[in-house]
Design a protein around this ligand. Structure first.
Ligand SMILES: N[C@@H](CCC(=O)N[C@@H](CS)C(=O)NCC(=O)O)C(=O)O
Length: 206
């Protein structure tokens, strides 16, 4: 499969999963900072102009973080990432979707790209503060969910940890937000995993 990512973007979570499961993939960088996602060559691959995206071995395109992660957990990652019962799968998707749809798209988008939410310079700090409040509230709830367990769903790694990894890469490494102690310790543990180190190294983040 071909995996399209931008260094340090949300695709880092999929990169981490691909490395965790030892998938056979070709990583192709699309540099958002250079506007590569809007260039003709990439629009032909993914008309949404977003990363992550995967071209599977049958040539079909798969987009959206949760969908790619879910597909990996049912295919090449099934030994390591199988959900368990249907109820387990629902709870994993509930956490993952909160991270992608709320923490990333509502919170970090405002914190990191406030100009997307207002054309007025004077509003930007207010937009950032709103984004920060969404992120801080979410990680307080996620801290209560995590407790002192090794992974966000309990004893076993799941695809929800991949979404935790990239959102915390932004919250801890990039922005140094004041987040609950157990959340920061969990992120530091995830970051020490060989798969996380490899994904960050391949993205030039180490
Ligand atoms: N809903 C998409 C969101 C993906 C997304 O927003 N990706 C960002 C990088 S973190 C992107 O490609 N941004 C490029 C742009 O907005 O031009 C998903 O779940 O994969």
């Amino acid at each position: 499969m071909k995996f399209y990512f931008s260094p340090g973007a949300c695709s880092l979570g999929i990169h981490f999963l691909l490395e965790e499961i030892g998938a056979d993939y070709e990583g192709i960088p699309i540099h958002i900072k250079n506007g590569d996602q809007l260039k003709e060559d990439y629009v032909k691959v993914n008309p949404k102009s977003k990363v992550p995206a995967i071209i599977r071995d049958d040539g079909s395109l798969l987009t959206e973080f949760g969908v790619i992660a879910h597909w990996l957990s049912h295919t090449c990652g099934k030994d390591k990432l199988a959900a368990g019962t249907f109820e387990d799968e629902l709870r994993i998707m509930e956490t993952l979707d909160y991270l992608v749809a709320t923490v990333h798209m509502q919170g970090f988008s405002r914190l990191l790209r406030p100009q997307k939410f207002s054309p007025t310079e004077a509003d930007l700090d207010w937009v950032r503060e709103n984004g920060k409040a969404i992120v801080v509230k979410a990680f307080k709830l996620l801290s209560e969910q995590l407790k002192d367990r090794p992974f966000i769903m309990g004893e076993r790694m799941t695809i929800a940890d991949a979404a935790m990894f990239y959102t915390l890469f932004w919250g801890v490494t990039r922005l140094n937000l004041d987040l609950p102690e157990n959340i920061v310790a969990y992120f530091n543990r995830l970051s020490m995993r060989p798969a996380a180190k490899r994904a960050m190294e391949l993205e030039g983040l180490l």
